[in-house]
Design a protein around this ligand. Structure first.
Ligand SMILES: [Zn+2]
Length: 505
């Protein structure tokens, strides 16, 4: 009997084997069994260690692998992951584990390293070097007490951005809530909220030189080239040096979660018991302010406060190049106003370097701190000159398509899915590109859902929680721009012709 539980996600890919149980093998931590040193970057990240095993190396030689087994695996259904029972032969399962092992190892390593680094930074925090964790709580919907039963969706909402700062070896702790009627949790909001918190920290610590930020790796909010290359401007924008560290996917919660939850609980109970007249987003702020949440620094920024800097930031940000393989990296720090260092984990010593700005030399664009490192092949796309030993770039069908696949483009995507019986199905979804394609030929997309009546497929809404990366090869076509309509507060997109979607479920 085998019980294999896979969970967690990286880029929305199911990974991580949590428990491995096989009657004929002792219960063992699979990772410890197959890795020579689970603390070694080489074994865990690079996956080419000659001392590490493969799952097949630790199985008994006489193991019968054509027996039927059942296991459980997290699979994506709509926008959620659900545990799905799978069956096949033991060999099928072994192959599945083998395929997922490198991703699993990488995830486990990053998770451990980042959380260790976070604890260490807090322990070593001082008035000069403060540690700050930030996150968005989910927007709070302002329902009137009488409306709570109704399933109406167009309620005013309020954004809740939370922060927790540590100094004095972790003994001094400051909590922050920034509220706003700006509901987009985007790079502009992040910039303004960060500035507010850092300004306040500067009042508390006039000597402060550096802030080490920790957050989850949400791409729209934090882990994008705009917020990260902007670290090169943190001294002029915010008056201090800022570096940014990311937790492994789905491991970015903690103190900040509690701050947001407390605020929401207070608001919810005030509404339920009609203790306060809370109708608009500002009322939420005014109410919490009147409650004097113990020790929380509370601020309200209007969407106007955020918009004020938009134009200047847009101008600056239009010059920012993509950060290659940004999602794989977990620490970003500026060296000067046009150089960013970044690495796979915060403790990693081999940094990659991204130089940007005017008048770049060819070799400056992407290189690594390690000497002798060759330029990544992506340069062949940016520069007409072929790399030594590689054929020059050719204008293929895909290259032509690349030019149309840009931020805001509506695309039809084909997603491969496997059923329990190993039957392969391809679903087709409509999606909006969130950024131009990355250099690894992946595009970040937000999926859309068909809300048309009957058999039509013309009207779609976005599903903001369903963001992931798709490979260029999974894109079937770029669609013409739809018209944008509204029902109440809700926006939907209408196409002239039926879109050839084939959604699961
Ligand atoms: Zn090894």
């Amino acid at each position: 009997m085998i019980c294999l539980i896979m969970s967690v996600s990286v880029h929305n890919m199911p990974i991580s084997i949590l428990c491995w149980k096989l009657e004929r093998l002792p219960t063992a931590d699979l990772l410890t069994a197959i890795t020579c040193d689970i603390n070694s970057e080489k074994c865990m990240l690079e996956d080419d260690c000659s001392g590490c095993f493969d799952i097949t190396d630790i199985l008994p030689v006489n193991l019968v692998t054509d027996i039927a087994v059942v296991w459980k695996k997290w699979e994506k259904s709509e926008s959620q992951y659900i545990p799905v029972s799978r069956q096949g032969t033991l060999n099928d399962l072994i192959q599945e584990i083998k395929k997922q092992t490198p991703i699993f190892k990488g995830h486990v390593f990053v998770k451990r390293q980042q959380s260790l680094h976070f604890e260490n930074k807090k322990k070593n925090s001082t008035a000069l070097e403060v540690v700050l964790q930030v996150d968005f709580a989910e927007n709070f919907s302002i329902l009137c007490q009488d409306e709570i039963q109704s399933a109406h969706w167009s309620h005013p909402q309020v954004t809740i951005f939370t922060g927790c700062a540590w100094s004095d070896a972790g003994n001094a702790k400051h909590s922050y809530i920034i509220m706003s009627n700006e509901l987009n949790h985007d790079k502009y909001a992040v910039w303004a909220f960060m500035r507010k918190i850092i300004d306040d920290l500067k009042q508390k610590y006039p000597e402060m030189k550096k802030v080490s930020v920790f957050s989850d790796g949400c791409a729209t909010q934090f882990k994008n080239r705009y917020t990260l290359l902007n670290l090169c401007y943190s001294k002029s924008d915010w008056g201090v040096e800022v570096d940014w560290n990311f937790f492994a996917s789905s491991h970015g919660k903690g103190a900040v979660d509690g701050i947001g939850a407390t605020a929401k609980r207070q608001l919810w109970s005030a509404i339920m018991t009609r203790r306060a007249d809370i109708v608009q987003s500002y009322d939420c702020y005014a109410y919490l302010k009147s409650k004097d949440l113990s020790g929380v620094n509370l601020y309200f920024l209007t969407s106007g406060d955020i918009d004020q800097h938009k134009e200047a930031l847009q101008k600056r940000w239009s010059e920012f190049p993509a950060i290659p393989l940004i999602q794989k990296h977990h620490k970003f720090q500026a060296i000067n106003s046009n150089m960013l260092l970044y690495s796979e984990t915060s403790c990693n010593t081999s940094n990659k370097r991204l130089v940007f700005g005017a008048k770049l030399k060819y070799a400056d664009i992407y290189s690594s701190d390690e000497s002798g490192d060759s330029l990544p092949p992506l340069l062949s796309k940016r520069d007409d000159r072929p790399l030594p030993g590689t054929p020059g770039p050719s204008v293929t069908h895909e290259n032509k398509e690349n030019t149309k696949i840009q931020h805001g483009a509506f695309i039809l995507v084909s997603i491969r899915s496997e059923t329990r019986n190993h039957k392969v199905a391809y679903y087709r979804y409509l999606a909006i590109c969130q950024e131009p394609p990355e250099e690894d030929n992946e595009v970040k997309v937000m999926y859309m859902k068909n809300i048309s009546k009957g058999n039509e497929a013309k009207q779609f809404v976005t599903t903001p929680n369903d963001v992931s990366y798709v490979a260029m090869s999974e894109i079937i076509e770029v669609l013409p721009e739809p018209t944008v309509n509204t029902i109440g507060n809700r926006i939907y997109y209408e196409f002239n012709e039926n879109v050839d979607v084939f959604e699961a479920g």
